[in-house]
Write a protein that binds this ligand. Structure first.
Ligand code: TYD
Length: 150
């Protein structure tokens, strides 16, 4: 039988899809996320993107320390992730899948469907100092972190 609801690509560029719990109910389904359980961090911040015009893109940066879980709470969009060596594209279109991004991951979001909502759970409060907004700076930061880990 055709699987009309295929599991998205599981992992790539250090990122992976997290299959979130689903409490299905004829009155409407429910998904929950607990820090330290489904995701390897405590949630310090939640933000969401909405009213994104068709054809727009978001992201285009990386974070020094922030970890995030990205969910298509409504509609669909693509997330392209880059760990400095490998890139991977994830199409998110179900509210019970999350894409886990470790620190030092360059990301671009695009191909938003009309009415989509991109929900993000973040491990740290907002800090502009945590951003790499320049791709070259991100690569240098990534290499430095890899050197330090050796
Ligand atoms: P940014 O992370 O650059 O958005 P995107 O990657 O989706 O394009 O954030 C856009 C603006 O919003 C930026 O000027 C900072 C502000 N902002 C906050 O004040 N708090 C937050 O938690 C976030 C995520 C952004």
């Amino acid at each position: 039988m055709t699987d009309w609801n295929p599991h998205p690509e599981g992992s790539g560029a250090g990122c992976r899809i997290v299959d979130l719990p689903r409490v299905t109910d004829p009155r409407g389904n429910l998904t929950f996320i607990e820090g330290g359980s489904q995701i390897p961090f405590d949630v310090a911040r939640v933000y969401y993107l909405y009213d994104v015009p068709g054809g727009e893109s978001r992201g285009g940066h990386a974070h020094q320390n922030l970890q995030q879980l990205i969910i298509a709470a409504a509609g669909s969009f693509d997330v392209i992730v880059d760990d400095g060596t490998e890139t991977s594209r994830f199409h998110l279109n179900r509210s019970y899948y999350g894409l886990l991004l470790p620190r030092l991951t360059w990301r671009e979001l695009g191909n938003f469907s009309t009415g989509s909502v991109c929900l993000v759970l973040a491990s740290l409060p907002y800090s502009e100092d945590d951003y790499y907004r320049d791709y070259g700076d991100f690569l240098a930061g990534r290499r430095a972190a890899e050197e330090a880990a050796r």
